[in-house]
Design a protein around this ligand. Structure first.
Ligand code: NAD
Length: 488
C-alpha cells in the first residue's frame, strides 16, 4: 500500500484525515491519500498568503522567477516516467497517453518561464502637462487552483505556469479521484528551489476542502476546471470573498463532416476525438454531425475501427482504451445509454459494461437520426460514447453544431475553403479545428462559451489574466497644488 502526503509551506505532511484510492483497472485499494480538512486548507492558504508578501518571492526579479520555472520544467521532464506511471495507476488513463502528455507538460512550464520577463507595464500619454502616468502589472495574489482527475498535471500546468509567471502564489487542490500524480508533482516542485508556500498542493473532497478553499477571505482568484454543477458552487462561494474566477468546464463538442472529405482520414480523426483518453476529455468530439450523402459509408468504417480498438490494462503500451476513472462515470454512461435507447436512439456498437474487473466501457456509437431528443445529444458522458446526427445542408449542419448549451471545441472536416471559413465564423465555441482535432499547444488559448465556462488558459493572455494593473500618478510640477476643491 502506497502512502501520499500533502505539501504545505514547503513541508510534506499527512493531513487531518486519510482516504483510500482505488486502482480503476482492478477496483482494489492501492494507496492512502491525505484528506485536507478545514484546518489544512486554512494552513495552505495562510502559507500562500505569507509567501506572496515575503520578500523572497515578492521582490524576486522576473528573470529569477523565469529561471525557477525553467528548472521546474527540466525536473518534470526528468521525472516524466514516474509521474506518468502514477497517473496511469491512480486514474486509469492509459500509459501511452500519460507518458506523451507529461513530456509535453514540461513545455507548458517552459513557455511560461519564457514569458515571465515579458509581462510589461505601460506609459500613458496622459492629458495633463504636469503628470507622468504609468501602469504597473502586479500579481492578483493567492490563487486557488482546482483540477479534476483527468489530465490533471496538464490542467494544473495551465494554472500554475501563468500564475507563478505573474508572481502569484498558489494553493492547488487535486481531485479526490486519482490525486497521486499531483501529490508526486509536489515532490518534483520542491526540488526546483521556489521559496516555501509559493505552491501548496492538497487534496480532499469538494464539500469541505473545495468549499473552504474557494470562499477563503485570503483567496483572490479561483482557477477551476471541472463540471458546470461544481462551477455553480464555486461562483456562489466566491460571493463570500469576491474572488475573480476562471472556469474551464465540460463540453458536447460537434464534429462536422461534409461529403467532400477523405473518409479514412476523417474517420481516424473521429476515433481520436471521441475514443482517445477513453472519451474522458473535455474537448471530446462527442456529436458527429455528418452529411447524409456519406453517413452510411462513414459509420460502417467507424464501427469497424471502434470494434478493433485494443481495450486493456492501462499500464500496457498496447492498450488504446482503459477503464473509466470511477464507478460513478460508469453508472452515468450506462444510464445515459439506456435513456437514449428509450428515446428511440439506436446503438450501433458498444453500450454495455465489459465483463471483466474494473470500470471498463467499450467504444460506443449511437445513431440519433430519429431521436432528436435523446439525452446522449445534450449530456456530457465523459466516456467513449459518440452520438450521431445526419444533415442535408450546410445551414442545417451549423444549426445542429450550435444546438448545445456548451461551447468548448468543434471540428470541421471539408476540402471546401470558403465553406470552412463560413463554418469557422458561425460556430459558437472557443476552439475550431479544421481538418484536424485534439491538438493543443502552450502558445494557443483554450476555453469555452456558455456552460463550457469563461476565461482562457494557455497563451500570453493567460499570464496577463493573473495580473492587475496599478495606475501610478506622479506630479512633475514644483508649483504649489492649485485649488484643492476642484478635481483636475
Ligand atoms: P468535478 O466538477 O466533479 O470536480 C472537479 C474538482 O472540483 C475536484 O477537485 C472536486 O473535488 C472539486 N469540487 C467538487 N465540489 C466542489 C466545491 N463545492 N467547491 C470547490 N471544489 C469542488 O469534475 P470531475 O467529474 O472530476 O471532472 C470532469 C469534468 O471536468 C467534466 O465536466 C469535464 O468536461 C471537465 N473538464 C473540463 C476541462 C476544460 O479544460 N474545459 C478539462 C478537463 C475536464
Amino acid at each position: 500500500m502506497q502512502h501520499f502526503q500533502h505539501y504545505i509551506d514547503g513541508v510534506f505532511s499527512d493531513g487531518s484525515a486519510q482516504f483510500e484510492s482505488r486502482d480503476p483497472a482492478t477496483g482494489q485499494v492501492w494507496a492512502m491519500m491525505p484528506e485536507a480538512r478545514t484546518n489544512d486548507v486554512n494552513a495552505a492558504v495562510e502559507a500562500a498568503h505569507a509567501a506572496f508578501f515575503a520578500p523572497e518571492w515578492s521582490l524576486m526579479t522576473a528573470t529569477a522567477r523565469g529561471k525557477l520555472l525553467y528548472r521546474l520544467a527540466d525536473l518534470i521532464a526528468e521525472n516524466a516516467q514516474t509521474l506518468a506511471a502514477l497517473e496511469t495507476r491512480d486514474t486509469g488513463k492509459i500509459i501511452r497517453e500519460t507518458s506523451a502528455q507529461i513530456a509535453y507538460v514540461a513545455e507548458y512550464y517552459r513557455y511560461y518561464a519564457g514569458l515571465v520577463d515579458k509581462i510589461e507595464g505601460a506609459h500613458l500619454p496622459i492629458d495633463k502637462p504636469d503628470m507622468e502616468v504609468w501602469l504597473r502589472r502586479e500579481p492578483l495574489g493567492v490563487v486557488a487552483a482546482i483540477v479534476p482527475w483527468n489530465s490533471q498535471l496538464f490542467l494544473a500546468a495551465v494554472k500554475i505556469g501563468p500564475a507563478l509567471a505573474a508572481g502569484c502564489t498558489v494553493v492547488l487542490k487535486a481531485s479526490e479521484d486519482g490525486p497521486a500524480p499531483m501529490l508526486e508533482f509536489a515532490r518534483v516542485f520542491d526540488q526546483a528551489g521556489f521559496p516555501p508556500g509559493v505552491l501548496n498542493v492538497i487534496t480532499g473532497f469538494g464539500a469541505e476542502c473545495g468549499a473552504v478553499l474557494t470562499r477563503h477571505p485570503k483567496v483572490n482568484h479561483v482557477a477551476f476546471t471541472g463540471g458546470p454543477e461544481t462551477a455553480r458552487h464555486i461562483v456562489r462561494n466566491s460571493a463570500e470573498n469576491l474572488a475573480s474566477t476562471s472556469l474551464e468546464l465540460g463540453g458536447k463538442s460537434p464534429f462536422i463532416v461534409f461529403e467532400d472529405v477523405d473518409i479514412e482520414s476523417a474517420v481516424n480523426a473521429q476515433v481520436s476525438a471521441i475514443f482517445a483518453a477513453t472519451g474522458q476529455s473535455c474537448v471530446a468530439g462527442s456529436r458527429l454531425i455528418i452529411s447524409n450523402k456519406i453517413k452510411d459509408v462513414f459509420l460502417a468504417r467507424l464501427k469497424e475501427k471502434a470494434e478493433a480498438v485494443v481495450i486493456g490494462a492501462p499500464d500496457d503500451m498496447a492498450t488504446e482504451i482503459g477503464p473509466l476513472c470511477t464507478v460513478g462515470q460508469l453508472d452515468t454512461a450506462l444510464d445515459l445509454v439506456a435513456r437514449s435507447k428509450g428515446a428511440g436512439a439506436i446503438v450501433i456498437t458498444g453500450g454495455q459494461q465489459l465483463d471483466r474487473d474494473g470500470t471498463y466501457f467499450p467504444p460506443t456509437i449511437i445513431d440519433c437520426s430519429h431521436a432528436p431528443d435523446a439525452p446522449c445529444l445534450t449530456h456530457e458522458f465523459f466516456g467513449p460514447v459518440l452520438s450521431v446526427l445526419g444533415f442535408d445542408t450546410e445551414e442545417e449542419a451549423l444549426n445542429l453544431a450550435n444546438d448545445t448549451a456548451f461551447g468548448l471545441a468543434s471540428g470541421v472536416f471539408t476540402k471546401d475553403l470558403t465553406r470552412a471559413h463560413r463554418m469557422i465564423r458561425g460556430i459558437r465555441a472557443g476552439i475550431v479545428w479544421v481538418n484536424t482535432y485534439r491538438v493543443v499547444s502552450p502558445i494557443a488559448p483554450f476555453g469555452g462559451h456558455g456552460l463550457s465556462g469563461h476565461g482562457r488558459e494557455g497563451g500570453m493572455q493567460a499570464a496577463l489574466d493573473y495580473t492587475k494593473t496599478k495606475a501610478v500618478w506622479l506630479r512633475t510640477s514644483d508649483e504649489p497644488i492649485p485649488d484643492p476643491f476642484v478635481m483636475r
